[in-house]
Design a protein around this ligand. Structure first.
Ligand code: ADP
Length: 237
């Protein structure tokens, strides 16, 4: 007899609206988004430019707040937190990965990775950063600066940095957008392994159909709303 996995909600958005004031006019970037994502899911968010993907990612990442609606992250009501609490939630709960890698050029891979661990003792910081680099297969490049690394290696460093505080969720915005197809596929394999082996929830924004094809669940957006939300049986992750 196999046990049915218990579904534990990590992200619960209810009727989220986001209105930007642009001059005298309002832009409704999100128009009533309700989504639940459970611990351990791997989800791609797709949609044409301007459909609200980045706005949604900013809200999921606690970088911005909804104009109305509710957001519960890992049991905590995000709307009720002040700015300091929100910064702490981001540090503890969310790892960010961007299209542009966003590494500091003067620092080594190891230093880039331990950057988010400002409150940790130097020895412990280095040990954990090294562990994180090894997790993405880059332990042997710890002393290299970003200019001495390929695009795919730089993105691995960025993933290691996102992992270093052991967050339950990784949010990745077009993580393969600056990489060629083969390197992009290898980066997707890193996400897939982190999801399958470490149980990390992975949420990716992407234009790339091969990326969305490898996610188990695909949420499509248009005009600030979710227009479809499908589970793909054949996906690798
Ligand atoms: P996507 O990531 O899918 O391209 P966005 O979330 O960036 O979409 O944008 C959704 C809508 O909100 C667009 O119409 C965009 O112009 C608008 N928008 C996004 N950010 C802002 C902002 N800071 N101020 C005003 N309008 C914005």
């Amino acid at each position: 007899m196999t046990a049915t996995p218990v579904e534990r909600p990590l992200i619960e958005l209810r009727d989220v609206q986001k209105l930007y004031k642009l001059g005298g006019e309002g832009v409704r970037a999100l128009n009533g988004v309700s989504v639940t994502i459970n611990h351990g899911e791997m989800v791609a968010i797709v949609g044409p430019s301007g459909s609200g993907k980045s706005t949604l990612m900013h809200i999921l990442g606690c970088l911005d707040r909804p104009t109305s609606g509710s957001y519960v992250l890992d049991g905590g009501d995000v709307q009720s937190y002040g700015d300091d609490a929100l910064a702490e939630i981001r540090r503890a709960k969310i790892g960010f990965v961007f299209q542009q890698f966003n590494l500091l050029p003067r620092m080594t891979a190891l230093q880039n990775v331990f950057l988010p661990m400002i409150y940790t003792r130097a020895k412990e910081r280095e040990r954990r950063a090294m562990e994180s680099l090894e997790r993405v297969g880059l332990g042997h490049r710890a002393g290299h600066r970003p200019t001495e690394l390929s695009g795919g290696e730089q993105q691995r460093v960025a993933i290691a940095r996102a992992l270093v505080n052991k967050p339950p969720v990784l949010l990745a915005d077009e993580p393969t957008g600056n990489l060629d197809t083969k390197v992009g596929a290898a980066i997707m394999e890193v996400f897939r392994q982190l999801n399958a082996e470490d149980g990390i929830t992975v949420i990716l924004i992407t234009h790339d159909p091969t990326v969305s094809a490898s996610a188990r669940r695909v949420i499509s957006m248009r005009d600030g709303a979710v227009v479809s939300d499908v589970k793909q049986a054949g996906a690798k992750a």
